[in-house]
Design a protein around this ligand. Structure first.
Ligand SMILES: [Zn+2]
Length: 93
């Protein structure tokens, strides 16, 4: 799928339509000591089964990709509608 590199969108903090630069959302690096990780490590200790079931039957082929819009006026970032596509290409229009 093709997506424009710049879009004109409403910015809540500027309270008007401004130009937004588009990039794709990428998951940040997971911290090794966050609460969920600590809980999982605790659960995995000792006897007993693995606390979360491991998912094997993937019905969906494509993962959701979210365009990330950054306001060129104030630098605030907004998420756009995400799509379930194989590849999201940014391109000039
Ligand atoms: Zn703004």
């Amino acid at each position: 799928m093709k997506y424009p590199r710049t879009v004109q969108r409403y910015c809540k903090s500027c309270r008007q339509h401004t130009k937004h630069n588009v990039s794709t959302y990428k998951k940040g690096k997971e911290r090794m000591l966050n609460q969920g990780r600590r809980r999982l490590e605790r659960k995995k200790k000792g006897y007993g089964s693995f606390p979360k079931e491991i998912f094997h039957k993937n019905a969906k082929i494509n993962k959701k990709t979210t365009p990330l819009l950054e306001c060129s006026e104030c630098g605030k970032k907004h998420y756009a509608k995400s799509y379930r596509v194989k590849r999201l290409e940014l391109q000039e229009v």
